[in-house]
Design a protein around this ligand. Structure first.
Ligand code: SAM
Length: 413
């Protein structure tokens, strides 16, 4: 593996690494790596689909060359496995230039290793100063390559490259700028984007411990499976349909819909709303259904349900406290268990032990274990989150004498 180490550097920017003639969107080393075996849910689906696509590619472009008696290529060097390995190397180092140019290798820009939230160098283009169109807005988890978030305006204040017009008006420049000082001898990092470990592993073949962008996905399929164990199919379909009519949906990738659990164990609000609606008593559900069927503007639908006023519409305005009833919290715990069961019979402690004793040079095993452990730790946090919310819900509905007393005491002081 190449690493970039800092030499004493004079100032900003450190160099102009590329000049091209078109409007471009540098979106970071961004294509996909394919060589993993224990990535779950939608990432596993994407890996499978990618493998099939690459195989088709190989069949179409490489196989005919091997059949050519004129070229006499050795099958030892042109197998599908070697094609995938070569494609992975290129993909993890290539940049999306623009729609016209597609992906390309960029001299020097691919030198840097990734570190979440602590990049030393940042790539940007001339247009970043005022043209937001330049920066990638591709933010879904599987696709996040937002390597080029807009830089602070003053990033360009120093140096004679403030005005790069001497390079010609029609030129495009990729600038590599120091955004955080590096001591001589330290490794120099770039950030490939805000990616969780599944995304990093899928695209680049590595993971980061304590990655704050890490998430776990809970598929809608899993939620429907949970619901089917408790309710009739009619009940689940009706509640799901009401949730959709309220204009909610999960995240969507490669034809599958899922909910994210963030690295601190907090579930996506759309999941809480779905569980809440799934678990509404029949009477409240019918009332809500009627209101939604007759309401003109759902964004302004404020609905009085058994636990208070819920303003459906803008998720930012919905109080999580109202949604987190005891039964919703129990549902979250059940979903965490169902999701956990997808890791097989090995306990999380087994996985932690295996990770501790695994050598980092065994890259596939090490990073797969890191992904498993980091996802399972998020599920543990989800359980803690649900348990704490359940306790808070219980305290709200049965305030204890102790609680009342301490509130009274607080009032007096
Ligand atoms: C654009 S290259 C970075 C330069 C790279 N070190 C090289 O050898 O060319 C991306 C690849 O570097 C490696 N890499 C980057 N950041 C890493 C990190 N924090 N930990 C482990 N490997 C990393 C991964 O193999 C990734 O696919």
């Amino acid at each position: 593996m190449r690493l970039v180490w800092a030499m004493p550097l004079p100032g900003l920017p450190i160099f102009i690494s590329c000049r091209i003639r078109s409007r471009c969107r540098w979106s970071g080393a961004s294509m996909r790596l394919i060589h993993f075996f224990v990535v779950l849910s939608s990432t596993r689906q994407i890996v499978k689909e990618d493998k099939a696509l690459i195989y088709d590619d190989w069949k179409e472009n490489i196989l005919p060359l091997m059949d050519s008696t004129f070229l006499k290529l050795s099958p030892d060097f042109f197998s599908v496995e070697q094609y995938i390995a070569a494609k992975s190397l290129v993909a993890s180092r290539s940049f999306e230039v623009d729609d016209y140019h597609g992906f390309g290798m960029v001299p020097l820009a691919d030198l840097f290793n990734h570190k979440t939230g602590a990049e030393n160098v940042h790539f940007t283009t001339e247009l970043s100063h005022g043209d937001s169109d330049n920066d990638t807005d591709n933010n879904d988890e599987g696709n996040n390559t937002s390597d080029n978030k807009p830089l602070p305006q003053n990033s360009f204040d120093d140096g004679n490259l403030e005005d790069p017009s001497y390079l010609g008006n029609d030129s495009m420049i990729l600038e590599t700028i120091i955004v955080k000082g590096v001591k001589a001898g330290d490794e120099v990092f770039n950030t490939y984007g805000s990616m969780g470990n599944a995304g990093l592993l899928h695209r680049y073949g590595f993971t980061e411990p304590d990655n704050p962008n890490d998430i776990v996905n809970i598929d809608l399929e899993l939620v429907l499976h949970w619901s089917s164990a408790l309710f009739s199919g009619r009940h689940s379909r009706g509640r799901l349909s009401l949730w959709r009519r309220l204009d909610y949906h999960g995240c969507v990738s490669q034809n599958s819909e899922y909910f994210e659990i963030s690295s601190n164990g907090e579930p996506q609000i759309e999941l809480l709303i779905l569980l809440y609606i799934m678990l509404l008593p029949e009477e409240a559900y019918n009332k809500l259904d009627l209101i939604v069927s007759t309401a003109g503007n759902l964004n302004e639908t404020v609905i009085s349900l058994e636990r208070g006023m819920i303003s459906f519409g803008k998720t930012s305005e919905i109080s999580k406290e109202l949604l987190l009833t005891k039964i919703v919290c129990d549902a979250l715990l059940a979903l965490a268990d169902a999701r956990e069961s997808l890791y097989g019979s090995n306990s999380v402690d087994n996985d932690i032990d295996a990770l501790r004793s695994c050598c980092i040079s065994d890259r596939k095993l090490y990073h797969s274990l890191m992904l498993r452990v980091s996802e399972r730790m998020i599920l543990k946090k989800l359980r803690n989150y649900a348990a704490a919310a359940a306790a808070a819900a219980a305290a709200r509905s049965h305030p204890t004498a102790k609680g009342t007393l301490s509130r009274k005491k607080l009032k007096r002081t």
